[in-house]
Design a protein around this ligand. Structure first.
Ligand code: G3P
Ligand code: MG
Length: 244
């Protein structure tokens, strides 16, 4: 079975730093996380960036679509001030910059392909190209995960050596069919949908199981007792501490 960690930082360490920034990845490492999840979306000129929303407004203050904004314009924005004045000036990182930092920090990436609407194939191809170019083959490979079945299909076809995870807020009734179709090793589901019954079925079928987003220690303990392998959390340090 795929060796998921017990705890994985969500968007880096999103409770303690602005999500999907380099400082957030650093915070996750400082808190002892060995893995981080983050979101990958393409800029208007096709560069894979760490970003969650289709629109830039919540994070940067600029009301524009990520998919329509080229890298040069993204470089003029900042993604930290919304979270706290001490983070002002923190840029939106490229995927390439993030991978370089993760290699330095010794962190393993769970790369969530988060295509803007209609950009599923392009996002998957671009992300795979960056991994191929920037992630050494001797290091354990990044995990590719997505809600997008098209993105997973492309990853399975063009980068079969990279392990894959299906993300679903609620596991679909045909989850096992989908996991087999895209040769996924893991499934990542919204924690409130993970009843004892479904957890047992997924584990019995031999798949790794991650729950998101788990920030409450009681909930964390309960999910682990049910058999969930991995908690994707905004506060990897605090959750690890609470579980000790
Ligand atoms: O990868 C799991 C989780 O991050 C999926 O939801 O919206 O936080 O990207 P979201
Ligand atoms: Mg995500």
């Amino acid at each position: 079975m795929f060796p998921l960690p017990r705890i994985m930082g969500h968007r880096g360490a999103a409770a303690n730093a602005p999500e999907n920034t380099l400082i957030s990845l650093r915070r996750a490492a400082e808190q002892g996380a060995e893995w981080v999840e983050f979101d990958i979306m393409l800029s208007g000129d096709g560069v894979p960036m760490l970003f969650h929303d289709d629109n830039l407004k919540r994070i940067t203050g600029r009301d524009a679509m990520m998919a329509e904004t080229p890298l040069a314009e993204l470089r003029e924005l900042e993604a930290g001030a919304w979270f706290g004045p001490e983070f002002a000036g923190e840029p939106i990182p490229t995927f390439e910059e993030a991978l370089a930092l993760l290699l330095d920090l010794g962190l393993r990436p769970n790369v969530e392909l988060k295509p803007s609407p209609g950009h599923d194939a392009q996002t998957a191809h671009a992300a795979i190209e960056v991994i191929r170019r920037c992630w050494p083959a001797r290091r354990p490979p990044p995990l590719i995960s997505s809600f997008s079945r098209q993105a997973l299909e492309i990853a399975a076809h063009h980068a079969p050596q990279l392990p894959r995870g299906l993300i679903a807020r609620r596991p679909p009734h045909d989850w096992i069919k989908v996991l087999r179709l895209f040769k996924c090793s893991t499934i990542h589901a919204g924690d409130r949908w993970l009843s004892q019954r479904i957890v047992q079925k997924i584990k019995h079928a031999g798949y790794g199981l991650a729950a998101f987003t788990v920030n409450d220690p009681h909930r964390a303990r309960l999910l682990l007792e049910r058999g969930v392998d991995c908690l994707i959390t905004d506060a990897p340090g605090a959750i690890a501490e609470a579980l000790r």
